[in-house]
Design a protein. Structure first.
Length: 113
């Protein structure tokens, strides 16, 4: 192996996990996992985006059919949770969805959550 080659690893710390109940969901609930952003992920002001939230439910988007999780950021766990839910609702509105069915969604692998 070349001495100039460096393997960069990243460790994410799960700081919270929430179960969110919403009547629009096919099973009534989804999980949101909040991780602490230790690297900054290229964000200019890391202090304002210290935590990242992601849903275990992915909506198959209307424009391309590709499943997308909602992702949110915040300076606190609560802000990241709120931003994730807000983005999830924006996705529903953009795709003009009032109620999700199993045809609209895909879940992440259980091992991811």
């Amino acid at each position: 192996m070349d001495d100039n080659f460096k393997l960069k690893s990243q460790i994410e710390m799960v700081v919270a996990q929430f179960i969110v109940w919403m009547p629009v969901l096919p099973l009534g609930r989804m999980k949101i996992t909040i991780t602490k952003d230790t690297e900054g992920f290229g964000i200019i002001d890391v202090d304002k985006c210290k935590y990242i939230g992601i849903t275990d439910l992915r909506i198959k988007r209307k424009f391309d059919g590709y499943p997308e999780s909602a992702v949110g950021r915040g300076s606190t766990i609560e802000e990241a949770l709120e931003d994730t839910i807000k983005y999830f609702c924006e996705m529903l509105k953009e795709d003009n969805i009032n109620r999700l069915t199993s045809e609209h969604v895909e879940y992440t692998e259980w091992s991811d959550f």
